[in-house]
Design a protein around this ligand. Sequence first.
Ligand code: DQA
Length: 146
Amino acid sequence: MSKTILVLNGPNLNLLGTREPQIYGSTTLSDVEQQCVQKAADLGYDLIFRQSNHEGELVDWLQEARDTCVGIVINPGAYTHTSIAIMDAIAGIDLPVAEVHISNVHKREAFRQVSYVSKVALGVIAGFGVYGYLMALEGLANHLEN
Ligand code: DQA
């Protein structure tokens, strides 16, 4: 049985570190990847870390994970608030999904307070900066083991 967790990042997260640092901080996505790989190893999991600016590619990777992964951490970026396709993909694959947002979307614009992904996620972490990815990995591992 594979023990791999997929960490998926949506649009514009490739710009992390330089994109609106007052909101998203100065850590790069590559730094986040390294931190996630280390945290997953500490928890006894392998990790696949991916980013795409394209909705369909994210859907493809979610579907692939059904056969290869035991759980998913996803920061869907702006697709959080718009994508029925990502919501349906998560609903269709029967894997636990932790939704992460670097910023606290609930104290931002009204449109960020709607999440299609939350409707099918196991849990949601928002507002703790990139540390939220590590929190999500811990939460997912705890869920998988209990
Ligand atoms: C985000 C919040 C979204 O509203 C935004 O579109 C992002 C990043 C976050 O991590 O805080 O791209 O998901």
